[in-house]
Design a protein around this ligand. Structure first.
Ligand code: BG6
Length: 486
């Protein structure tokens, strides 16, 4: 049990009738309350444009969300919902709507005798971030008698310029120490474990460099398509939706130097150094794809252009494969291959570290006796754990090598893993920024990818249910590699 002290506070969620709130935030808040992390004096104030809700109907909406998520409430939790969930409409988001919100917050704080600690969580489409932040500043909600924290969902900007503009706007109203830019991958237990794995186990750390590592592969594959999210996704694409944030976070955690301490400033500083060392990404290091019609498990799957809401001539990429080179002493010459896509054969997030082969095979000087890489396969989801692969003598004669795996699975060692949002929400209310993205980190990552986006590279079609376009295989084959497809 996490015993960090949680001070009473008011947790204001913009976009409280939306999908993220219902699917992720409400269940996570409920679980935190159930585990005693959210104090009785703390309240959750949902806010959205809709005037159709009030406190009572908002609670009803919350009960429906819990039912959809398969959560059954005991009487204690029902009481918590009735006492702690509130709703306030922000109508057309005019100044007077925000003044009314401010009055409601203060009234609730007076009722609860609260000290004025506030979280503002923007669970909104990115287009609404700037006006909401500005309004919060205008009505004086960016400062309070207690602490105030602003949580911003991804994607943070569309390119370097818009990310900078958003950072500047935020910094006019809030201090960086108040900002929590969310990347939910950082809340995943297996992602956090990357730091422990690397920095608590010197046996690996001493091999973690260009002398011993041949190449690194990072794959975030999704079986699903875009669902009902065409409005958002078609403007974003896989580079903005997944690579600029989730995959880049994984890459920096694998590649960073040892931080001087396990605290937010030291860790974020080292991650920024990795981003700054990445060499400009050339056109021939990137493959973009879009899924066409295909099949999986015997079922026909529509192509991206056939998904509801996607324009017929959309050039949005649903697949990216990329080679990234980190030009520093630790990694020079070690290619990092990253890959993500929708409608791939399975859902899997994995990092594979391929160690260098023995320089000479004494088992068969002709090279016919193939030696594989020793590799460390870190499965971040869904079958969380890792495998260390090494060569053994197969039984019998003639001499043959066989790859075997040392194997660890979270499910065999621990209780079910906590949800990423639970971890991140608890960090927000306890004021720990370690798992959140710093302003400089976002800008450095846009500096890398914005030129790639501007290039308008060709989009290769791949059949839904396959591992992406052939060009992705060619990209990695150039240097004699192959993707490890699970
Ligand atoms: C979100 C993206 O940030 O991450 C989605 O917007 C994607 O497109 C999702 O499906 C993947 O998250 P997870 O946790 O299911 O791997």
């Amino acid at each position: 049990m996490d015993n960090r002290p949680v001070e009473p506070h008011i947790f204001v969620i913009f976009g409280a009738t939306g999908d993220l709130m219902q699917r992720s935030l409400l269940p996570a808040l409920l679980n935190l309350a159930g585990r005693g992390h959210i104090r009785r004096e703390s309240i959750i104030l949902g806010t959205a444009r809709s005037a159709q809700y009030n406190d009572v109907s908002f609670r009803k909406l919350a009960y429906e969300s819990f039912a959809k998520a398969g959560i059954s409430l005991d009487p204690g939790m029902t009481k918590w919902c009735d006492e702690c969930l509130f709703y306030q409409s922000i109508g057309d988001e005019k100044l007077e709507d925000f003044s009314a919100l401010s009055e409601r917050i203060k009234a609730l704080e007076r009722e609860l005798n609260s000290t004025g600690n506030r979280v503002f969580y923007l669970a909104l489409p990115p287009i609404a971030f700037p006006s909401t932040i500005e309004r919060l500043g205008e009505v004086g909600l960016s400062r309070s008698p207690g602490w105030t924290r602003l949580v911003v969902e991804k994607p943070f900007g569309r390119d370097l310029e818009s990310a900078r503009a958003l950072n500047q706007l935020i910094h006019r109203n809030f201090d960086e120490s108040q900002i929590y830019r969310i990347d939910h991958y950082l809340g995943k237990e297996t992602v956090q474990n990357l730091l422990v794995f690397r920095f608590a186990n010197p046996i690996f750390e001493s091999l973690w460099n260009r002398d011993r590592i041949h190449s690194v592969q990072i794959t975030v594959a999704e079986e699903l398509g875009i669902g009902k999210r065409a409005g958002y996704y078609d403007r974003a694409g896989a580079l903005r939706d997944m690579v600029q944030n989730h995959l880049t976070q994984l890459l920096t955690l694998v590649a960073m130097e040892v931080p001087v301490a396990f605290d937010s400033d030291s860790i974020r500083f080292e991650k920024i150094k990795v981003l700054r060392a990445i060499a400009p990404i050339m056109d021939d290091q990137v493959v973009l794809g879009q899924y066409g019609r295909g099949s999986a498990n015997g079922k026909e799957i529509p192509g991206y252009l056939e998904e509801p809401g996607v324009p017929d001539d959309s050039r949005t990429e649903t697949f990216v494969a990329m080679q990234i080179d980190i030009a520093n002493w630790r990694w020079h010459g070690v290619p990092f291959y990253v890959r993500t896509g929708k409608r791939l054969p399975e859902r899997i997030t994995q990092i594979i570290i391929n160690f260098k082969r023995a320089p000479v095979s004494i088992f068969d000087p002709t090279g016919r006796c193939d030696m594989h890489f020793n590799s460390l396969n870190m499965m971040l989801q869904p079958d969380e754990g890792f495998d260390l692969c090494f060569e053994m003598k197969a039984l019998g004669e003639p001499l043959k090598l066989q790859t075997q795996r040392l194997h660890f699975r979270y499910a065999e060692a621990f209780a079910p893993l906590p949800d990423a949002y639970e971890t991140l929400l608890l960090d927000i209310i306890t004021g720990d920024q370690t798992l959140f993205v710093h302003a400089n980190e976002v800008e450095e990552s846009w500096r890398l990818y914005a030129p790639v986006i501007e290039q308008k590279l060709p989009i290769h079609t791949y059949r839904a249910g396959t591992w992406g376009p052939q060009e992705a295989e060619k990209l990695i084959k150039r240097e004699g590699h192959v993707w490890a497809n699970s």
